[in-house]
Structures are given as structure tokens and as C-alpha cells.
Design a protein around this ligand. Sequence first.
Ligand code: PLP
Length: 470
Amino acid sequence: MTNLTDVADLTGKMGAAEMKAGLDLSIFGEKLSGQSGILDLMNDIGEAVALRPDLLALGGGNPAAIPEMQALWRKSAAEFFADGAAFDKALVCYDAPQGDPAFLDAFARLFAERFGLPITSKNVAVVSGAQLGAFGLLNLLAGRTRDGRRRKILIPASPEYVGYADMGVEPDLFVACPAKITFPNPDNPQIFKYVVDFDAVERAVSENDVAAILVSRPTNPSGNVLRREELERLDALAVRIGAWLIVDSAYGGPFPGIVEDERELDSVFWGRRTILTFSLSKIGLPGLRTGFVVASEEIVERLAAITAIVGLANGSLGQRIAKPFFESGEILRASREIVRPYYSRRRAAAVALLFDELRRVGVDGRLHASEGAFFLWLWTPALTSGSKTLYRNLKERGVLAIPGDEFFYGLDESAKIGDGEGERDPIFEAHRRQMLRISFSGAESVVERGFRIIAETLAETVDADARRSR
Ligand SMILES: Cc1ncc(COP(=O)(O)O)c(C=O)c1O
């Protein structure tokens, strides 16, 4: 096979190594093509799937393959592929950048009729995955403006989804406030829960020009579900400062419904300055790269304009396969009757198993209250060498889980947040280096073996840390 270097020898043109060394990058190029937490994470997932099937993959955001859900998607895909006219229309033509009008209509009707959202198809944009939607949205709203301001995205309760961390076309897009660590059940110090520290948030908005407040709900990585009253206060704050509240519902209600509290499926939060993002990924179709943004008409128009420039249109297959589910409301039924109970069962088993394993090896670990999504967020206060050390030790032993550090971005840019003079809470500072995100969406046998190895590796790492500090 001819490789680039051979071609270079033959033609006298630049070889692969020279091409790399000689790249004179733009600021945008440097920022978006450099090292990032999400790149490492996605490479790890890709490697595990394609090259190292022996690795126990408890790292990435892949959803579970739920047989009933897969059967529904396969049936819908088969019907679409069998319909020659629909197939030709959908796959031989580009969609409009905002999405297929019939799909947008079905989506908006469902949200308006079932949940009372005051929206039409003009308020819905299809995006090539919620990830790309967030990229457009965050850079649309925040960054430098014509009049010289530097507008920020405020993370009200750090840690937050690592996938946002490097999205800014400009540097320092985020300002983050440490979440307050609480223990909801006084009798159980092993379960903690993050809540928004509104004093810190007020300080952040007084010191920064905030364009949008951003939360994933349920939160990746912690599985936290911000309470409705927290959302209402954040929305009121957004109204007061002329910002937006972006609620990333990749795991939440009304679909895919990976939440413990069933009431989350009965209504959809919609405040005065809310933007909602959704995805087909966690309901079982990450390969279709289809996500949705529900927002004001102007934001939707502008997102569609970005889609035209960066990608012309979105892939049409996801919209076509999912459309009947939105037309009939089946997406809501499947979320309530298939997806939510499935993850609820897996969650209970995972939490019990992890605590059993930790007890067996004698490690004091704490878990964030697992209210949604499909990760356990493990805090080991004795892990003084940090989560990256643990991650490397785990990888050597054939387990992939995600070190927590990368989820705590935006905090360094907010040095003044804290107690007055920029002091940081020492417990939170230690906490952010002691976290591990463990997925429980994989096959049960993988989870069982993986959890055992995690507990044993954690015990060894913590022992080594204790010996070092003696
Ligand atoms: C919180 C959150 N938002 C968005 C995404 C991106 O989803 P999509 O596959 O639709 O791009 C993910 C994926 O893991 C996620 O965890």
C-alpha cells in the first residue's frame, strides 16, 4: 500500500511528518485540534470498541442495547427502507438545514400538545447530534462581541459535562461555580448530592458578562437532577441579566427518560428564557447523530444558518426513522415503559454492587445520589494521588473508566469565586481530584467484572497513597 511518505518521495512533495511539523495553525485550529478531554475519551471508546474488545468499557457515554428498544428502531428502519419512494426522497436529497419540515412539525406538535410548550416547528432545529448543537449554540451566544465585550457561559454547578469544556472557538468561554456538596440523608454519609450555590452564582454574574447558563439535567457525570426550584431560580436569573438558560436533556424527560423520578416524564420545564436540547443518542441511536434544539425562532434560524455553513444539512436518516415515534407519541411511551424501568433496574443493581465491592476491599467510597443518566460518580476521599493515577492503573488492568478532573473546567477562570478574596473551599479542591465516572450501561457481566477490578485497583492505589504520605 502506498503511504503518504512514499507519495512524497515520488512527487517531491511534503511527507506526513513534515506536514505535521510544518502546520502553521490558526488560533481556532490550535484550540479545536489540540489535546482535549473529550478527544481522549472518544479515542478511548473507539479503541475499546474497535481494537481492544478485551477492555472492560465502563468509560464512554454509549447507551445500553435494550432489546425492546432495538426491536422498535429496527422495525421502523425496515419500514422506511422498504418504502422506495420515502427512501428516495429522504436519501437522494439534502434536507433544509433546520431539518425535515414534517419531522419538525411532528416534534413541535408533540411538545405543544402533550406538555403545553408554546412552540411551533419554527422553534425546533435538528442538529447533527446534541454535541454539534451545543457547539453552535455556545459559540453563537458567548465569546467576543462587536462592541468588545467577552460574553461567558456560566456553569452554575461544576462538575459538568466534559464534552462542553473545549467547545469555545475563543478561549475561556466558561465561568464555573463549584457545586455545593450536601448529604441529603443525615444517616447515610455515603450518598452525597450537588446543589447550586446561588451565592457563588450571584458573584459570578456580577463579575462576568454572562450570555447563557448551562446545565445538563440529568447531569453528566454526576447523575444529579437539578431540582425544579433550582431551574426556576436559574431561569429567573437569566431573565434578570438578559441571558439564556440552556438545559441539555440528553438523558432526561420526556425522552429518553433515564431518570429515577417518574414525574420528570410528566412535564417539560420551560421558563421565559429557556433553551432545551435533546438527542436520539441515549435512547439507543448514537450512530445516527441526531439531536434537537428547542429555542426562540431567532436562535433556531441562526442555528440552521450555522448548519448550512458547517455541514449544509443534517443527516436525514435519524429524523425519518424517529418521525413515526414523534407523530404517534410512541417515543414517550417507550421512554416511560421501556427505557426508564430498564435503567432504574440497572442503576439499583450497580449501586448495590459497587458498595458491596468497596466494602469487600475496605475502601471508604461515596456516591453521588444516582438520580438519572447511567453513570456512578464515585468519590474516594483517600485517593490523594488523584483520579488520573487511578485511571492509568485501571487501564493497565483492562478497565476503562473516566477520571473526574476533566469535568471541573471553568473554575480557574473564576478565581474570585469562593469566599471573598478568591479563597477556594479546600474540601471541594480535594474533591475534584478524587472522582471517577463509571458507566453501568454495558453488559451486566462487563459491569460485574469491571466493578470488582475497580474496587481492587482503588484499594491498591489508596494503600500506595497512604504509604507515600507516611
Ligand atoms: C450531557 C450530554 N450532552 C450531549 C451529549 C451529546 O449527545 P449527541 O450524541 O446527541 O451528540 C452527550 C453525550 O454523551 C452528553 O452526555
